[in-house]
Ligand binder design. Sequence first.
Ligand code: SF4
Length: 149
Amino acid sequence: MGLIDIARSKSPWILHFDAGACNGCDIELLACLTPVYDVERFGIINIGNPKHADVLLVTGTVNKRSARVLRNLYDQMPEPKAVVAIGACALSGGVFHQCYNILGGVDAVLPVDVYVPGCAPKPEAIIEGVVMALGRMQEREQARKRGAA
Ligand code: SF4
């Protein structure tokens, strides 16, 4: 494992996008940053620039307006990157899935690495989702390097 891989696994930078949530999932996600859970002590930092992000955390349903923004953010993130869908709405459209403007869950637009179910999921589940996403990123990066060797 190279220095950059070690640094990334020890201090992943996350980008949060609300694709159309009721804000319930967003509140639980933000709770991860409060002193109670304090994920920054593990090196997990919430940032606003997709070009610096390792993990994209998406809450809410994907609708016709948010789909293009979501794809745009994802495309700006450098490889390796991972996507975590948080909450029933991000998984499948949830309670909004029959609305006229809903495309579905995040995987209607992007490849999703980890699904965190719940309405809304607890902060512990969200933190576990980020850890699982790091594992997926490492697996993919190692596979890529084996393929290049
Ligand atoms: S999963 Fe529940 S809490 Fe989260 S955005 Fe949907 S309705 Fe709100």
